[in-house]
Write a protein that binds this ligand. Structure first.
Ligand SMILES: CC(C)(COP(=O)(O)OP(=O)(O)OC[C@H]1O[C@@H](n2cnc3c(N)ncnc32)[C@H](O)[C@@H]1OP(=O)(O)O)[C@@H](O)C(=O)NCCC(=O)NCCS
Length: 166
């Protein structure tokens, strides 16, 4: 079925629209160089959602090394740095698809798990992450500038799981 939307890799020309979505959806905003830096760092894991020819959402990620959320060993892990879908394009599955495809892309860089921080009050995002198999690992006290706590959520790699169709 044609859903009217699809996911594709970020291109430089998308930057103004991605910045617009970020500003309108999240209080965590960044200079242009931050977005481009992540793009150069892990281009396969910077994706955008296009809905009826409009840029509706994005995901950008960073490949990091650190202690596993599932043990004590140092591992390569994929960090979902930012994901957002413009409000008028929500509840169509775009956020889910962006994250799922972002996870598949991070696995191509050899990560064994993924993690992210999310505001404790952000039920929509927590809902998507739980649907994608993430679970809460820790509370990060006062993580955000305004003092709100974050949940650190993590999930093991989807590497050996079948890729879902869009
Ligand atoms: C989180 C966000 C990206 C979800 O995008 P989306 O395209 O609307 O999500 P989807 O349509 O793919 O939803 C997938 C599932 O997530 C859950 N979900 C999504 N929005 C939800 C909400 N408002 N309340 C509860 N569950 C929600 C549902 O299980 C949903 O499946 P369903 O529609 O079949 O019930 C979007 O709400 C957003 O951009 N929010 C502001 C930015 C943000 O919070 N980013 C995350 C920071 S960590």
């Amino acid at each position: 079925m044609n859903k009217g939307w699809y996911i594709r890799p970020f291109e430089r020309k998308d930057l103004p629209d991605v910045v617009k979505v970020n500003k309108s959806c999240l209080p965590e905003n960044y200079p242009n160089q931050f977005f481009l830096g992540l793009y150069h760092h892990a281009p396969k894991a910077f994706l955008v959602g296009i809905d009826n020819d409009k840029l509706a959402g994005y995901i950008m990620c960073r490949i990091e090394r650190g202690v596993s959320s599932f043990g004590i060993m140092p591992v390569k892990k994929g960090h979902i740095v930012s994901v957002a879908v413009m409000d008028i394009h929500r509840r169509k599955g775009i956020g889910y698809a962006l994250i799922r495809k972002g996870m598949a892309a991070m696995s191509e860089y050899g990560v064994s798990e993924y993690f992210l921080e999310v505001r404790k009050s952000n039920n929509a995002a927590i809902g998507v992450y739980e649907k994608l198999g993430f679970s809460i690992k820790r509370v990060l006290k006062g993580y955000y500038r305004d003092g709100e706590d974050a949940y650190l959520m993590a999930r093991k790699s989807i590497k050996d799981e079948p890729i879902e169709s869009e």
